[in-house]
Design a protein around this ligand. Structure first.
Ligand SMILES: Cc1cc2nc3c(=O)[nH]c(=O)nc-3n(C[C@H](O)[C@H](O)[C@H](O)COP(=O)(O)OP(=O)(O)OC[C@H]3O[C@@H](n4cnc5c(N)ncnc54)[C@H](O)[C@@H]3O)c2cc1C
Length: 383
C-alpha cells in the first residue's frame, strides 16, 4: 500500500505523524517538507531572549533523528508543487510520489502590507526558525525595532526585545492591543505595563511610508508622526497557505476548508494546523493543533474521529504583564464584565441572556486559567 503522505514538518505535520505511530506501528508515513525538517518550538521565537536561547539552540531534533524516533520517512528540502487527485500522487522536485491518503499541514505565511517608500521592501517577518536566525543576526547591527501589529506575536516580540535592551515602537491601526480578545481596561493595563518595560505604543495609527535615512529607516505614520528605527518587523497576521489546495481544486475559503473530521471535499485528503479552516474556524494556535492531530491520527488509523475543541487558553508570553485569553467567536450584543484584584484582572464576556461566552485573565489571575476554561463553552461539540 502507498504511504500516508504528510506535507509540512511544523507542529501540525509532526504531531499527526507521532500520534499516528502511537496507534499504528505498521502504516507507512512519509513527511515531505520544503524546509530542513528540524523540529523547533515556534512559540519560543517570540520569547527566545527571555529564555536566553540563541537561534542555534532552538531546534531540538534534526530530521534524521525524528525519522528514527517516529519510524517514518522524511523528505526534507522537498517543496511539493502539485497534487494530482485522480492519480493520488504529489509532485516533489520533479519526482512523483503516490499516496494512500494525503495530509496538508502547510501552515501559513505572513501577511505583507503594501507600504510606500524606498525602504518598504526592508520590512521583515518571522514565521519560522530560518526567519528568526536572519532577524537575530540583523538585530546585532540594527538594534532599534519598529513592530507592525499589536497582536499576540507583535506584543510578545515587543516585550522580549524591550527586555533585551532594544528600543521598540509598536504601531497598530487598532485602538488597543489584542482588541478581539479582551476588554479595554485589561488592554490598557497591559499596555501600561509593557510601556513601563520600555515599549512605545502608536495605536490607532498606520504606516504611511518607510524610507532609508542614513544607516537607519525613517517611518512616517498617517498622523504625520515620524519614527526612526533600524529594523521593521511586521507581525500583522498570517494567511493560510492554500496554493496547493487551490491547484488541486479543493474547497478553499480563508483556509483549506475541512469538516470536523479534518477532511477536505476529497475523501483522501485532510488538512490541519495554520492552513486549515475547520468548520469556519481558523485557530492558528498550539492547543487546537494538538486536538486536531490526535483526532486525525485516530481517523487515519481507522477510527473515524471528529475533532472537539474545548475552550483553550492561549498564554501570552509577556513577563511584563502575564495574560491569558481564550479564542472564541463573540457575537454582538454581549458585554465584558471586569473584576479587578490587587495585581490582576479577570474579564468575562456574557451574551445578552447572561450566558458566559469568553474570558480573559491578567496578572495573578492567570493562575485561574484551568478553572476558567472549565466554565467556558466548547468551541465545537462532538459530532
Ligand atoms: C513567533 C510566534 C509565536 C507564537 N506563539 C504562540 C503561543 O505562544 N501560543 C500558541 O498557541 N501559538 C503560538 N503561535 C502559533 C503557533 O506556533 C502556530 O499555530 C503553529 O506553530 C503552526 O504550526 P503548523 O504546523 O500549522 O505550521 P508551520 O509551522 O508553518 O509548518 C508548515 C510546514 O509546511 C511546510 N510547507 C509549506 N508549504 C510546503 C510545500 N508546498 N511543500 C512542502 N512543505 C511545505 C513548511 O516548510 C513547514 O514545515 C506563535 C506563532 C509565532 C510565529
Amino acid at each position: 500500500m502507498n504511504p500516508i503522505v504528510v506535507i509540512g514538518s511544523g507542529l501540525a505535520g509532526y504531531s499527526v505523524a507521532r500520534e499516528l505511530r502511537k496507534l499504528d506501528r505498521e502504516v507507512a508515513v512519509t513527511v515531505v517538507t520544503e524546509d530542513d525538517g528540524a523540529f523547533y518550538s515556534k512559540p519560543m521565537l517570540s520569547n527566545a531572549f527571555a529564555l536566553k536561547k540563541a537561534p542555534a539552540s532552538l531546534a531540538t531534533a534534526a530530521a534524521p533523528q525524528l525519522a528514527g524516533d517516529y519510524g517514518i520517512e522524511i523528505l526534507a528540502g522537498h517543496p511539493v508543487t502539485r497534487v494530482d487527485r485522480a492519480a493520488r500522487t504529489v509532485e516533489v522536485n520533479g519526482r512523483v510520489l503516490a499516496y494512500d491518503r494525503l495530509v496538508l499541514a502547510v501552515g501559513g505565511r505572513p501577511i505583507r502590507l503594501e507600504l510606500a517608500g524606498d525602504a518598504a521592501d526592508r520590512v521583515v517577518s518571522v514565521n519560522n526558525l530560518g526567519d528568526y536566525r536572519r532577524f537575530r543576526q540583523h538585530l546585532e547591527t540594527h538594534p532599534r525595532v519598529a513592530l507592525l501589529g499589536a497582536g499576540l506575536v507583535g506584543c510578545e516580540f515587543a516585550n522580549d526585545l524591550a527586555a533585551a535592551g532594544h528600543a521598540v515602537d509598536v504601531i497598530d491601526i487598532a485602538p488597543r492591543a489584542l482588541p478581539r480578545f479582551w476588554p479595554e481596561p485589561m488592554a490598557l493595563e497591559f499596555q501600561a505595563r509593557l510601556a513601563a518595560a520600555g515599549v512605545r505604543w502608536h495605536l490607532s495609527e498606520s504606516v504611511e511610508r518607510i524610507d532609508a535615512a542614513g544607516d537607519g529607516l525613517a517611518i512616517v505614520l498617517e498622523s504625520g508622526c515620524a519614527l526612526h528605527a533600524d529594523t521593521v518587523l511586521s507581525a500583522v497576521g498570517l494567511s493560510a497557505n492554500t496554493a496547493l489546495a487551490v491547484q488541486a481544486g479543493l474547497a478553499v475559503n480563508r483556509g483549506i476548508v475541512v469538516d470536523r473530521h479534518l477532511q477536505t471535499d476529497d475523501e483522501h485528503i485532510y488538512a490541519l494546523g495554520d492552513c486549515a479552516e475547520v468548520e469556519g474556524l481558523l485557530l492558528p494556535f498550539i492547543m487546537p493543533i494538538m486536538h486536531a492531530a490526535r483526532a486525525l491520527a485516530r481517523t487515519l488509523s481507522g477510527e473515524r474521529t471528529a475533532v472537539v475543541y474545548p475552550a483553550m487558553p492561549v498564554v501570552l508570553k509577556t513577563p511584563a504583564c502575564p495574560a491569558v485569553f481564550f479564542p472564541s467567536k463573540l457575537p454582538g450584543g454581549g458585554k465584558w464584565h471586569v473584576e479587578r484584584e490587587a495585581a490582576g484582572m479577570r474579564a468575562f464576556y456574557r451574551a445578552s441572556d447572561g450566558s458566559l461566552l469568553a474570558a480573559a485573565l491578567s496578572g495573578t489571575c492567570t493562575r485561574e486559567k484551568d478553572a476558567v476554561a472549565k466554565l467556558l463553552p466548547a468551541l465545537t461539540g462532538a459530532a
